[in-house]
Design a protein around this ligand. Structure first.
Ligand code: PLP
Length: 460
């Protein structure tokens, strides 16, 4: 056999990636191809197709990491083969996960930071499921010990992210979503009394409401639950969904008591891949102290002759995101996180001022006191002549992704727009965005952003 003979579809070195068999046809979409193809050509084709996705650097809708240092890329590459669950094969990766848990427990003022329980997850959604399950187990155990029925648990919350609706549905818990009051951006403590009862497994307070980016007042929510306990005897724990706020508040608002400094806060979840600045695929769940995580939720896996507790919905899971989280915590330190979020927050406040000055908008959240973000609504939706959905479309012409969406029930007639400022979004980029919002407004006011009116004379 001649040595130069190659399989059909594998290029000789002088071939061009756009003139190979795989590049000259439509890519298979429903059936695996029979032939093997040249990796460079397949890479180029997939790379080119991905360019049709939105540009993540202009995605102001997401809370998630869209920029990372070269060292993070390098560690992610080196961890391609690390399976988080193989704690005996990769004991250092397991140890790094555990260090992150204790660092976060300490950052969030756990009274037992070095010994408490917690774990990494694929994101806040999985972490919320675990937090919710621990609440449900503890409530059920208490009810059973009291000899009372434990069949109809409920969870009380404000305008939560969809993960809590999933938790409630998947794990058979009634979700009591307290409707938003007029002008409110989240749950208000005085609303709780009408919703909690003996079947309430817990109250979820949100540090960084998805719709408006504001913080719910965790300390006041806990104080109201203290008052409810004094009056009724009901002892309702709080879980804080700090998906985005958990990595912002400790640096921008260190005096704000939202974490384990509030005795009623039993557990906290946060997304490492949001303001934690880790790549996509990592979240954290941390309990105030080890006794708050019911033992029968924790599975024991033998580990180097010892015993490794695991609490997770997944089994195999990549380790790179966890390692990259540790890198960020070490590399940036508190000072680094503080500097990055001060800069982001300054840009958000500047943008808030610009948006407020443009005329048609009313700010819902001006970038002060919570996430580095801004949200707004039209002051007079009926009289403005265009909608925020129209503005979203106009901004998209320049590549910006700025979502418009309705507020949750009771305020769903209010459509809002939201911009998140993260690591990698510079002040200059925010100024370019503001200029584009002004230009889009000018076009919408001229009617240029509207579809052409129906033209008579084109009937057939
Ligand atoms: C993003 C978010 C979630 C879900 O987090 P993932 O990490 O995307 O799973 C839950 N709650 C809040 C408040 C969020 O902002």
């Amino acid at each position: 056999m001649a040595l130069h003979q190659t399989d059909r579809g594998v290029a000789a070195p002088y071939d061009d990636v756009y003139a190979m068999p795989v590049s000259e046809h439509t890519l298979p979409k429903y059936r695996m191809p029979e032939a093997v193809s040249d990796p460079r050509a397949v890479y180029a084709l997939i790379h080119d197709e991905l360019a049709l996705d939105g540009n993540a650097a202009q995605n102001l809708a997401t809370f998630c990491t869209t920029w990372a240092e070269a060292e993070v890329h390098q560690l992610m590459d080196e961890c391609l083969d690390k399976n988080m669950v193989d704690k005996d094969e990769y004991p250092q990766t397991a140890d790094i996960e555990s260090r992150c848990v204790h660092i976060l427990a300490d950052l969030w003022h756990s009274p037992q930071g070095a010994s408490t329980m917690g774990c990494s997850t694929t994101g806040s959604s999985e972490a919320a499921m675990l937090g919710g399950l621990a609440l449900k187990w503890r409530w059920r155990k208490r009810r059973e010990a009291e000899g009372r029925p434990a069949g109809r648990p409920n969870l009380v919350c404000g305008p939560v992210q969809v993960c809590w609706e999933k938790f409630a549905r998947y794990f058979d818990v009634e979700l009591r979503q307290v409707p938003l009051e007029p002008d409110a951006t989240g749950l208000r403590p005085h609303q709780l009394r009408d919703h909690v009862d003996e079947n309430t497994i817990g109250v979820v307070a949100i540090l960084g409401v998805t719709y408006t980016c504001d913080y719910e007042p965790v300390q006041e929510i806990a104080a109201e639950l203290d008052a409810i306990q004094a009056d009724t005897g009901l002892d309702v724990p709080v879980h804080v969904d700090a998906a985005s706020g958990g990595f912002v508040a400790p640096f921008l608002h260190p005096g704000l008591e939202w974490d384990f400094r509030v005795p009623r806060v039993a557990s906290i979840n946060s997304s490492g891949h949001k303001y934690g600045m880790a790549p996509l695929g990592v979240g954290w769940a941390v309990w105030r102290s080890a006794d708050l995580l019911p033992g029968d939720l924790v599975f024991r896996v033998s580990y180097l002759g010892g015993d490794m507790p695991t609490f997770a919905l997944n089994f195999s899971r990549p380790g790179g995101e966890v390692v990259a989280q540790y890198y960020n915590l070490l590399r940036l330190g508190r000072e680094g996180y503080r500097r990055i979020y001060r800069a982001a927050s300054d840009s958000a406040r500047w943008l808030g001022g610009e948006i407020a000055g443009m005329g048609p908008f009313t700010l819902l959240y001006d970038g002060r006191g919570a996430l580095p973000a801004v949200s707004w609504t039209l002051t007079d939706p009926a009289g403005t002549g265009f909608t925020l959905y129209d503005l979203t479309e106009q901004l998209r012409l320049r590549g910006w992704q700025v979502p418009a969406y309705p507020l949750p029930p009771r305020r769903q007639e209010t459509v809002v727009q939201r911009v998140l400022i993260r690591h990698g979004i510079s002040h200059d980029k925010v100024e370019l965005l503001a200029a584009d919002v002004r230009a889009a407004l000018a076009r919408l006011r001229d009617g240029a952003g509207k579809p052409a009116p129906h033209q008579p004379g084109f009937h057939h």
